[in-house]
Write a new protein. Structure first.
Length: 494
């Protein structure tokens, strides 16, 4: 098959598999369909990344044979090929492990709906990643968002409906701002193709319409990204959604939103406009630092493991945006590597949380006393993920934070480098709280018998935890690709 057709397959495979799940309505068949679709998408993503890295050229697909900028283009370069690999890889692992875990939270009659919504969400995320058309970013954003709302609402608690509604309100605001920004860009340039927009926007730094478009796009993407203080929807969404939904969304949805923000700032507006003329770094850097500290402090005082991990996600998003705010090759590479780190680690930790909820019947930290000795494999994966969140050497978390520290020093911002290190100490505190309770405290005398969690969930958690270790040692697969993607973006935006 011609490599130029592979970007379209990334969208077509999950899009066609979703209605198959609904038509068949059988839980096991729907699961098998979703597994085949996600692993097929992962295979396509691997081939695309290998092709882009080997040839050094982007893969372009013209829908209907109509060439851009007038036709709609799907385009894959080093950056979005890396993001495609993350989204499809996490989706394949989580979906494969989800069948037995879902039985704890959903009736079998709902399983086919879960898999159909998951595949549609995946379609939207992959579509946002591969499209080179600004309006289609919004279209795929809405597909993924509507699917995510329905997935979150499937939680067994009534508060899941409230969380889904809150996410719907905030997500609608974010989508509206993004649509307004795209509309203003079209008004100013008459084009929707991102590469063509980048050319036409040159010399338009003083245009008020373009400046407003930049503001709307940054605000909308920040809501979808859950950047502090626009993160209010995230803690409840992660805490009350079904566990496997959280494991998927925490690793993919906000990461693709970060990709969209990077693509518009560096691939469309350019650093001269976004950072030299509009001084976005003066806004994004303080917000990123505030997220790193405020969310970590809140996480320290959480009593529920789910909410602790949710606020930790807000803090980790701060690291990614901090890298972006440096507007340098090294800083951008650090943000991209941290995107990978947070995706694999946080999905692993939420899978551990799912296993613990099945085994103990609770995610309250005080109910986890002695659980490390009763569920050693699960809590072992938690320790590995926690070490990567902190940034301990030999984990991919260390790689990303080390690059961010170097980027801060390169920019002459040594106080920021110190703040990166200090914020990592807060991660030590909330990770240690769980480790101490799980491994160093005796279980309560009236503690219920621990149920054995599904082996698939534990294996999935360890698969992702092992990835954090492997890519922390073999850094070319993460830092090497990220540096290459960042270099490409900086060349385009300068």
């Amino acid at each position: 098959m011609n490599a130029a057709q592979l970007p379209a397959l990334q969208i077509v495979i999950p899009l066609l598999a979703a209605p198959v799940c609904v038509a068949l309505r059988q839980p096991r068949v729907a699961w098998l369909t979703a597994v085949v679709a996600t692993w097929s998408s992962l295979a396509v993503a691997v081939v695309l990344l290998q092709h882009v890295l080997a040839t050094g050229e982007a893969v372009s697909y013209h829908l209907g044979g109509h060439a851009p900028p007038h036709g709609i283009e799907l385009r894959v370069d080093a950056l979005n090929a890396f993001v495609l690999l993350i989204v499809t890889g996490i989706s394949a692992v989580v979906v494969s492990a989800s069948r037995k875990s879902l039985s704890e939270e959903l009736s079998e009659k709902q399983h086919y709906l879960y898999f159909a919504a998951t595949l549609l969400c995946m379609t939207g995320l992959l579509g946002m990643t591969v499209t080179a058309d600004a309006f289609n970013v919004f279209v795929f954003l809405e597909i993924s968002s509507l699917s995510a709302y329905s997935l979150i609402s499937m939680g067994r608690s009534r508060r899941a409906l409230t969380a889904a509604y809150q996410y719907l309100v905030m997500g609608t605001l974010g989508g509206t701002f993004i649509l307004l920004g795209i509309g203003l860009l079209y008004m100013a340039t008459g084009s929707l193709n991102m590469a063509d927009l980048a050319v036409r926007l040159q010399g338009m730094e003083a245009n008020r319409t373009v400046q407003t478009a930049l503001a709307f796009l940054v605000l909308g993407a920040s809501i979808k990204l859950a950047l502090f203080p626009l993160h209010v929807w995230l803690p409840n969404a992660y805490a009350f959604a079904p566990a496997m939904v959280t494991a998927l969304l925490a690793a993919t949805a906000t990461k693709v939103a970060f990709y969209v923000l990077v693509r518009f700032l560096f691939g469309v507006f350019g650093t001269d406009f976004a950072f030299d003329a509009m001084h976005l770094d003066r806004v994004l850097m303080p917000l990123a630092l505030a997220a790193m500290f405020s969310a970590s402090i809140v996480a320290v005082f959480q009593r529920d493991l789910r909410r602790m991990l949710a606020f930790s996600s807000v803090a980790q998003i701060g690291y990614m945006v901090l890298g972006l705010s440096f507007a340098s090759e090294l800083g951008l590479a650090g943000g991209i590597v941290h995107l990978f780190n947070h995706a694999v680690v946080k999905s692993s930790l939420f899978l551990v949380m799912a296993a613990v909820a099945i085994g103990v019947g609770s995610t309250q930290i005080e109910d986890l006393r002695g659980i490390g000795r009763r569920m050693p494999w699960c809590m072992g994966a938690f320790v590995v993920g926690g070490l990567s969140l902190i940034g301990v050497p030999l984990t991919v978390g260390f790689v990303s934070k080390w690059i961010l520290v170097r980027a801060a020093l390169e920019a002459g911002l040594w106080p920021v480098a110190v703040l990166i290190l200090l914020s990592s100490l807060l991660a030590v505190v909330y990770v240690w709280r769980v480790v101490e309770v799980a491994w160093f405290e005796a279980p309560a005398e009236d503690a219920p018998q621990v149920r054995r969690p599904p082996a698939g969930v534990v294996c999935a958690a360890w698969t992702l935890a092992a990835a954090a270790l492997v890519f922390g040692v073999f850094t070319d697969a993460t830092a090497g690709v990220a540096l290459r993607a960042a270099r490409m973006l900086m060349e385009v935006s300068s």
